[in-house]
Ligand binder design. Structure first.
Ligand SMILES: [Zn+2]
Length: 363
């Protein structure tokens, strides 16, 4: 009996467009291998191990198949000059071999559902079965040659083409490899650090200081006007076109989530919220800018006067329900020059569209 969950092979764009409780980069079904991590060398040469190569944080991607390229140990190391010691390796986990060996393009595979109950059971398993692979991500030296199997590309622009699973695995790999590249040296004594247990931590070679992969919490908030019919959105000068989005910022040490929401919103917009009515919506792993966790919230305004206190935003204003409806439609066209919100792969989109379609359930 297989305990693994159904794999959602549907496109991450379609899935996040139609499923209001799903965020891009969620739905990773891999068993993260707490037991097997201790025998890394065995894992690397295991016939069922597959590697996802990155070069300067760009992932190997097949434009033809519209999916990441997974390689065997032979293909990576025995058919080239490359050695494992030249690479940074992280173990992502064990999962169905169909993630790597997909016979058809992603768009032709029927969407399936993420079964949370089954997923939890699966996470308890640790042995790969014959129809599973051990998935690893690998940072190649920056001087590595191009591949004939695909091209090294930034993850963000290809997200709309990826499946739910591909997005989650590529994101996990990118976030971990980025962290390893940034923590080669000990913050206490300056000596070099070394990766342990499949890349789940690093340890100083001199003082034994242990460092764990970091995730920076970011609160991203949709502020609702006291009339219940308008929401607050802002834009930075660097945003493309006429994109407006929810206000967001890092949670600082010593702050609760509502306190961080309140501070960020006031700094960026001058609007004051009721910290006792901040409501959690969902969260989204965001493997860029060092690796973040976007914590999506709704907040109720108690002073709606807009003032761009810290000049972080180019503009910030209230939008009514009709305007928001139009901006949601425009967001499905990435090249639209009209007012729009971010695409469905961003949690900001889900916060806004969920409010628009389901106003009575929020705040
Ligand atoms: Zn040290």
């Amino acid at each position: 009996m297989s305990l693994r969950p159904e794999v959602p092979f549907s496109s991450v764009l379609d899935y996040s467009s139609s499923n209001k409780t799903f965020q891009c980069f969620q739905g990773n079904p891999l068993n993260r291998l707490n037991i097997h991590r201790k025998t890394l060398q065995d894992l690397v040469q295991h016939s069922q191990t597959r590697f996802l190569p990155y070069r300067q944080l760009k992932v190997l991607f097949s434009q033809e198949k519209k999916q990441p390229v997974w390689l065997t140990y032979d293909k990576l190391f025995q058919q080239s000059q490359l050695t494992i010691e030249q690479c940074e390796l992280v173990v992502l986990g064990i999962g169905p071999n169909t993630i790597a060996d997909r016979p058809t393009p992603v768009t032709t595979i029927e969407p399936t559902k993420i079964d949370t109950q089954l997923l939890n059971k699966f996470l308890l398993a640790s042995e790969p079965t014959p129809d599973e692979y051990i998935y690893c991500a690998l940072a190649l030296p920056s001087t590595s040659p191009d591949s004939s199997l695909g091209s090294y590309v930034d993850l963000r622009p290809i997200l709309p083409y990826l499946s739910v699973i591909d997005a989650a695995l590529c994101g996990q790999g990118r976030a971990l490899l980025d962290w390893h590249a940034s923590y080669k040296f000990c913050g206490k004594c300056g000596s070099s650090t070394t990766s342990l247990e499949g890349g789940t931590r690093r340890k100083c070679t001199t003082c034994n200081h242990t460092i764990y992969p970091r995730t920076d919490p970011v609160c991203i908030t949709l502020v609702i006007h006291s009339d219940g019919q308008r929401v607050l959105l802002g834009r930075k000068a660097s945003f493309p076109g006429q994109v407006y989005t929810c206000l967001a910022g890092f949670i600082e040490p010593g702050e609760s989530i509502p306190e961080a929401c309140s501070r960020e919103i006031w700094e960026e917009s001058g609007v004051v919220i009721d910290t006792k009515q901040v409501q959690y919506f969902d969260s989204q792993p965001w493997p860029f800018l060092g690796g973040q966790l976007m914590i999506g919230c709704y907040a109720q305004a108690i002073d709606e006067q807009v003032a761009l206190n810290d000049s972080e935003l180019e503009d910030c204003r209230w939008f009514n329900r009709d305007e928001i409806g139009q901006m949601i439609q425009e967001s499905l066209n990435m090249t639209s020059k009209n007012l729009r919100i971010p695409p469905p792969i961003a949690i900001a989109h889900q916060l806004i569209s969920n409010w628009h379609t389901n106003t009575k359930n929020v705040v």
